[in-house]
Design a protein. Sequence first.
Length: 470
Amino acid sequence: MSLLEPVSDKFFNPFCCKNREIYLECMDQLIEKSKEIPTLYETDARHCLILYLQNCQYALETEDIGEEVGSGRSPQENASSILRYFRRCGWITPQEIGRSGDNIASVSAYCRKLMDAIHKIFDRDVNGAITNHIFSIYEILKSSFEKDSVRAIRPYSNILVPLVENECDLKNELLVLKDSIREIMRAVMRMSDANSFGQFLIKDELLNRFFNDYFFIKRSGLIPSYISKINYLLIKLRRSELYGKMVKEYGKLKNADELQSRELIDRQFGELDSFINLEYDQEIGYIDKKINTYYNLYSIRVMMVLSGGGNLEHELNRLLLVLKELDVEERELALKQIAGAHRLMSIGFIGRKSFQRRKKANPNMNHAVISPEELSEEERERLTKELLTETPDQYCMDNVKNYFDRIMEDKREVSVEDCLVHTREDAMMIAASIIYSGTEGFPYEVEFGEGMVQTDVAAIRQVRIRRRRS
């Protein structure tokens, strides 16, 4: 059976019309509309096309598509004509009356597939396409060996066929990369000025798409490990019981005997093995080689453009040889004339250190480190006494003892409430008494009670300070 037999003889006619862009956009509008409602009727389809034609960015040219369409007719008339034209071409199913009494205008299955293929070819984003196919192959193989895997129920349809499809798509993506390199190299050769080089680097989306996917493959380090895992899983799949199930399933689907089924499945496994272990590395190696060629070509072309097509190194060498043969006076005159013909500009950059605030030196040098070799024993002792005198320990044992001697007088013990804690120093004295409690030479001891006492300064644990018995 011919591949085109299921479709109408006029199925591809809208691609050959003057208004082909408009017809494609109209079909896209109908497909999107059919996704919003359960059943697309002619009334809804016509209103959708009328709205599009009223806001269309293209000018509708006059032509005969079995009936006339063009700018001289109203959007309602053009919408009706386009709708009937789509039905004659097989883009819309034949007339069928729905429950509402209106004709159904469903988009045919072949038209949906055709529009989807067109968008995949011309509109899709190629970023990550290669890596996506590699990841898909790995995920299919990995999931096929999982416990109670759904793919294992029909291994030929759910494992081998998707593997082959992803392998074919991966081959095509590598060919796209190779073609992209050729287009880049041709574009570089056509450049004749520095401005075109700048525009090429800044605005060329093809260059960005190409290097984005390529450098991810080369730098991520993931792809080689995935390729090795895929190779291992393919060998495991071929030696597992799933291989026998594939042969049986293919025989039932294609009505083939076991020998024919094994031959075809072995050939598909052979293609997968050859691509993963041989062709992929060859294609990537070819792309690496072309990338280096592209860089060399680009650098040479830049030098030629910036030098006006001449070899500056050769011309500079000739100038130096001429200057070498001249007399001293003639050489000085020639150098002055050359200096007058060139203008050298000094360009400076402001760095962070230019506006950073400088740190001031510490003016307090009283406690600076002094080398012990420079001081005598008497001088060291004098400085030590001065240091202790200038910075006495406010909460030393003697000061704490004197503080509680004043508070207690003839009392045996006091509590926190009796201490009348009004300042920070009072609170610190109580804390110091807890530290010195039980220490030899400190005549007081501290006993902890339950709860907290709220003072003017802070909340302090309930304690009682009593005199130690002699």
